[in-house]
Write a protein that binds this ligand. Structure first.
Ligand SMILES: [Zn+2]
Length: 445
């Protein structure tokens, strides 16, 4: 008995030591070797392109980039000479493990939460993740509403090597004042404890620390809080405590859902990393955000036949123009968490290009926001994303030139993730990602 306890303890401590491996390349790519010929290699950061480049990839990493690279013995040459090759895209605010629908729940996610188990939602997330990858999104910041850590389940499954998916920066459970974003009856809240696990109540400093630690313990890579979802918003001091504790727990960043001007003002004063959603942000608040370098993750929904109104869209676009003019750091983000019949999650997401174009932001700036800015707001810029030697081999290819026509991103022909081909000639090829066990190691958690 003691012996088995010791075995368990030593295994647990070994597991703890390898925490923080994320987001390194995955050893499941070991043995793979490619040279990709790019007709045009795009650098979104500088808004430039170089013709006829080659990218060498080995064991999941980019090993060389240049116009004339010797093809190593055994390397497969992938001819993308008719394509533009560019870094993978980022959705900085998605909910892969939540999909509410017109039927039966009339898009009311409170019902979805009662109907869909965490286990089912984790499988939905795996599917949504592949749909995102197919649309060129190699990184997704997943900000809660995932049941009992379905987001962590997907991240760990991808990192352990069970299946393909985007690199996930996941938040675990959204932390908020009592009730989260639900409007509840006393009996459901107090007798059935129905707020949890969709939200994690934290109303006092002790509860805030405990909530942050719970999420970190169960696999969060960013801390998400609801600043002002209830008439008792967090104070500046509360949010400073969130930031301090997240910093203490591995240097995680804090993302704040904001829906009122007062909430935004407090979040900015506290020095939060990112403000999620943009409905409350005014020109003056944008100026303050720019001055403090706070990210605007605006989740700007386009007006389409399936969503929104012209009036709401006009406000959204005016807000984007204000943010851009004030030099606010902006991220491409969607809040995608619903089903549109006939569309994949990736197609719902890429259709948000409509908003960015309506705001008059130049195509090459939009591309930078969808890539470079995405890696930065995800806090992985120095580890993953840019196409350069030593980095994980994540990139995509499209016909045409996204620097001058960002709508070319609507049709992604090729996707490489962690040095393996996920999509080729417009067809998903996930076989090499699928394994019957945790090929990258069971210790990833
Ligand atoms: Zn959201």
């Amino acid at each position: 008995m003691l012996r088995s306890l010791l075995v368990i303890l030593s295994a647990l401590s070994a597991a703890a030591q390898v925490g923080g491996t994320f987001p390194q390349p995955l050893p499941s790519s070991t043995g793979s070797s490619y040279v990709v010929k790019a007709g045009r290699l795009i650098d979104p950061e500088t808004g430039t392109a170089a013709a006829n480049q080659m990218i060498a990839v080995k064991d999941g990493f980019i090993t060389a980039v240049g116009s004339n690279i010797a093809v190593p013995q055994g390397a497969e040459v992938i001819d993308l000479s008719q394509y533009s090759v560019l870094p993978g895209l980022v959705d900085a605010h998605n909910h892969l493990a939540l999909t509410y629908k017109k039927v039966p729940e009339n898009d009311v996610y409170y019902y979805t939460y009662v109907q869909d188990s965490t286990a089912l939602r984790a499988i939905q997330a795996a599917s949504n993740g592949m749909q995102m990858l197919s649309s060129g999104f190699t990184v997704v910041r997943d900000l809660g509403n995932n049941g009992l850590y379905a987001d962590t389940a997907l991240r760990v499954a991808v990192e352990q090597g069970w299946l393909p998916g985007p690199t996930l920066i996941n938040s675990g459970i959204i932390i908020g004042g009592m009730g989260g974003q639900f409007t509840l009856t006393p009996e459901m809240a107090k007798e059935h404890n129905i707020v949890y696990p969709e939200y994690l109540d934290a109303d006092t400093p002790d509860e805030i620390i405990k909530a942050v630690r719970q999420n970190v313990l169960f696999g969060a890579k960013v801390i998400k809080l609801c600043v002002d979802c209830k008439p008792y918003p967090y104070s500046v001091e509360d949010m400073k405590l969130f930031i301090r504790e997240a910093q203490n727990a591995g240097g995680l960043k804090v993302a704040g859902h904001v829906q009122t001007q007062e909430g935004a003002r407090r979040a900015i004063e506290a020095g939060i990393w990112s403000i999620e959603h943009s409905g409350a942000l005014t020109d003056e608040l944008h100026k303050q955000m720019a001055a403090k370098g706070i990210w605007r993750v605006g989740t700007e929904t386009p007006f389409t036949e399936y969503r929104g109104t012209q009036a709401a869209f006009d406000r959204t676009v005016a807000g984007m123009k204000s943010a851009y003019a004030n030099g606010v750091k902006m991220a491409f983000s969607t809040d995608a968490d619903y089903y549109v019949p006939g569309m994949t999650r990736g197609q719902v997401v890429i259709n948000f290009l409509k908003s960015w174009k309506a705001a008059g932001i130049p195509d090459k700036e939009i591309l930078k926001i969808m890539t470079t800015n995405g890696y930065k707001v995800s806090d992985i810029y120095d580890k993953r994303g840019p196409i350069k030697a030593g980095f994980p081999a994540d990139f995509i290819a499209v016909k045409g030139d996204p620097l001058s026509d960002v709508d070319t991103l609507r049709s992604v022909s090729f996707v490489m993730k962690d040095g393996l081909v996920f999509k080729r000639d417009g067809v998903m090829t996930p076989e090499k990602f699928l394994h019957g066990g945790p090929i990258n190691g069971w210790r990833i958690h």
